[in-house]
Every structure is written in structure tokens, then in C-alpha cells.
Design a protein around this ligand. Sequence first.
Ligand code: GTR
Length: 340
Amino acid sequence: MKKKRFLVGAIAALFLAGTVLAGCGKDTGSGGGAKSGGATYTFRLADNHPPDYPTVIGDKKFAELVNERTNGRIKIEVFPSGQLGEEKAVLEQIQLGAIDFARTNANPLAEFNNQFSVLGLPYIFENDEHLWRFLESDSGEKMLNSLEKSRMKGLAYYSSGARSFYSRKPLKSMADLKGMKIRVQQSKLNIDLVTALGASATPMPYGEVFSGLQTGVIDGAENNFPSYYSSNHYQAAKHILLDKHQRTPEVLLISKVTWDKLSPEDQKIIKQAALDSVKTQREAWDKWEKESEQKLRGAGVTITEVTDFKPWQEAVKPVVQKYSAEFKDIMEDVEKARKQ
Ligand code: GTR
């Protein structure tokens, strides 16, 4: 069924240059005019995390604000837990207008728009404050808008903390990673990053990682505390090394097909509601980050701190150079945000 819908969308997009994609949101408005300010819509938002996860809490706040501010005219139904598909497949459907909204991580998004690889460059953001100063700068906003070229429009960023490696075998230092099969997101940058650290990178959709760890198809993976906990990966891979190699944020975005059929007034409401949902998401994030760490400790996970990040930074330097070369201007803004 999903496949059929995808095919229909693909054909329509190809031959009709995206003008009449009926699969995107139900326009039940009386006039039905695509640009009519009074049109009624029901849209779908995809997220791959469980219903109580911080990103989904943000999505729901966003949907609630849009609903309130349009007096119920625009409804956004949030589909958590990967119900609408894995991240990469969802982004492809977003491009076609078959899914209207998605909350996705910036690493897989970089495969659709390579500027986003800047956000996943290892160790370029000192801490979350540095990252957020950059995300809230003109440069951060420009990046969201640059997604239009990729038939999407970025609405807001959400928090995602720092990503670290975890494995089935004891993991105490960079040397322990050598030769391990590590699952990575479907992202070239992450393949290069893991390779630079001496491990063997296995790209795999998020939903397959738990069984991959259980069966030993992979030795380990990497993520932040809330994902490591909520995905149950910690049950199969009990050793985490806090190397904090990336601070890749999450992105809330809309299909360009959907965006273009909204009136300017509705576009404004949607953009503002997305920005206003960030506070709720970030508060939920901070709480979850602490609570998941406590629960992981309680469950007997071995948590090792990294005391010297220099060897890690040295090892991934060629990767940073490779992926930042094209984006000198953005990198300058990353530096500006560091010093503020
Ligand atoms: C999480 C992120 C998800 C997904 C996942 C992964 O931190 O929130 O969207 O990208 O990582 O590793 O696939």
C-alpha cells in the first residue's frame, strides 16, 4: 500500500512537476482553493521515536499550536515510532509531498542537502550553547531555507545532545573501537567518521539496530543517552564510552509541495508555531537526558568518561576538512558562534 502510494507520488512528481499532488494532506475546505486562507487541512507528521520522547513532545506541541492558531482548520496528526517509515524513506516521501511534515536528524538529512553535514562535523561545537548560538544565527536560518532546493523547507531545530559509541564488548578507549562493526546512520559523513576511528561502519536504518545488536550482526552503534535508552539498545550493548563525537541537532521540516499550497498567512502560522514549539522540546530534552542517564546507570550499563578528547579530534581531522571545504562561509559563522 505504502509502496503504491509512493509510486503514484513519484510519477505525478515527474510528469506534473509537482503541481497536483493529491496525496498530500486532505483539503476539505469548502472553496478548496489551494491558496485560500480559509482552507481546511489534515496533515501527517512523521517521527521515528516513541510517543513520550522529547522530539515527539515537540512535534505534538507544534501540532497543538497550529490547531489553536487556525481554530482547528489545520490539523497535524503526529505519527511516532517510525509508523510512516524509516528516516530516509520518509524524507523521500517528503520530497514528493506524500508525507507533509517530518522531524528528522540532520545526519541523514545531509544526504539530501550536503550543507547539513556541517552540523554533524565531529567536535566542531564545543557544547550545546555553542551549537544553539549557531542554529539561532542567520546562518542557521539560511540552512533551513536552503532545503527548498531539496523540495523541503526547514522550520526549526530541536535538541539532540551529544552522540557517543556503545558496544556489546567492553569499550573504554578509542583503541577498543578498532575492527568493531559499528552501525551508523545512513550518512556518508558518519561512515567516514567511524572509519577514521579504526572501526568498520555499517549503515542501517534505526529500527533494525536493536536486532542487529542482539544477533551480533553489529558490535555496536552510537547515539545520545535518550535514544540509547528508549530504543533498548543498552540491553544488548551495555558499554558506552562518552566520546561525544557529534552534536547533530534534529530538524522539523515540511514538504515543499505542502508548503507551496498554503496561503502566506498559514505559512506564517506554521513557521511561528514550529519556532514556538522549540522551548517545549528543549525542556523535555534536558529532563530526558538526565533521567535516561540515571536509568542507564540503574540498569548496570558501564559508562566511561573520556578525559582527553585531543586524540579523537586528531583522528577525525581529515573528515572535518573533507566535509567543511565547500562551506567556508558557514564554517566562519560556526567560529563566530564559538566566541560570542
Ligand atoms: C537519533 C535521532 C533519530 C535517528 C537516530 C539514528 O538520535 O533522533 O532521528 O536519526 O538517532 O541513529 O538513526
